[in-house]
Design a protein around this ligand. Structure first.
Ligand SMILES: [Zn+2]
Length: 302
């Protein structure tokens, strides 16, 4: 790699920085070699973080001439990579200043912040560091190319994405929901409680707030005993998840569940778009809806 910090001059936003990184390293491989990249831009060491309760840290001087990234060594590889990207974000974004002089310390909660209230400067830094890490590890031009082949939504693709970019399933799920050409949302669930939901910009309003139990009639509950890790895609009542506007008919909703370890699960929600919005597949001359119906009825399964 030949990138240096001079290539990143005058850039302050996560998007601007990642654009400049890709310009300086047009053949950046995936999985992105985040440690090597950090070293090219003046991170002198990546060491083990020993402070309890934190996921990552950054030690640097006031003018950020160089830095040392600290990572929770007990975390899995994908999460450690995300943490390195996050701390690198704090290091490279000029406006990021630590709460305590010379050291950033970031918790797991910080690593999951994606939105922020207007005046919360601390949270804003965390949100930006997360956005930087996600963009760096899953660069949009490469991600878009990969997403092309995922025509019909399926949670099995999350495993594929996570493997390809060497990230954990949650950032992969977020990227999948954001970049899929169909309106999908993915709920992250732990012990039957909805923790977070990542959604496509065209996904309708969800009526379930974070911290609420998974709706009682969700596929999540009745497929749990089947022993399948990833369920089939099933149609279910849209009113379970969506907020209803008075007098407006709700779209058709499909659910799919991916059960994971330690009580975690991902629930994908997909809504059927209005007929006129559907693109026809020129190859097969079938709409996405027809493909789904074929799939639901057991024909053409893959
Ligand atoms: Zn942070």
């Amino acid at each position: 790699m030949k990138i240096t910090r001079l290539d990143l001059d005058d850039t302050g936003s996560p998007e601007g920085l990642v654009t400049k990184i890709l310009k300086a390293e047009p053949d950046l491989p995936v999985p992105v070699p985040v440690e090597e990249l950090a070293q090219c831009v003046d991170i002198t060491d990546i060491a083990t973080l020993t402070t309890e309760g934190y996921e990552g840290g950054l030690i640097t001087d006031d003018c950020k001439s160089e830095g040392v990234i600290l990572v929770n060594a007990a975390a899995r590889r994908g999460r450690r990579r995300f943490t390195i990207g996050h701390e690198l974000g704090h290091f490279l974004i000029p406006t990021h200043r630590p709460a305590k002089s010379g050291q950033f310390l970031c918790s797991r909660e910080d690593m999951r912040r994606w939105s922020v209230q207007e005046n919360d400067a601390y949270a804003r830094m965390e949100v930006e560091a997360n956005r930087f890490s996600a963009l760096l590890l899953m660069p949009p031009p490469i991600l878009r190319g990969v997403m092309e082949k995922f025509r019909d939504p399926d949670l099995a693709h999350i495993t594929e994405l996570a493997g390809l970019f060497d990230v954990s399933k949650e950032p992969a799920a977020r990227a999948y929901a954001n970049y899929h050409h169909q309106p999908v949302a993915i709920a992250v669930v732990k012990d039957s409680i909805v923790l977070r939901i990542y959604k496509h910009t065209k996904f309708p309003r969800i009526g379930i707030s974070y911290g609420s139990p998974v709706p009682r009639n969700s596929l999540f509950h009745y497929a749990a005993k089947s022993g399948q890790k990833i369920t089939e895609v099933r149609q279910n009542g849209a009113e379970l998840w969506l907020e209803s506007d008075w007098g407006k008919r709700l779209p058709t909703l499909y659910e799919q569940v991916f059960y994971q370890q330690e009580g975690f699960a991902l629930i994908m929600l997909w809504v059927e778009q209005e007929e006129e919005d559907e693109e026809r597949d020129p190859e097969e001359n079938r709409t996405a809806r027809q493909r789904w119906q074929d799939r639901l009825s057991g024909r053409n399964r893959w």
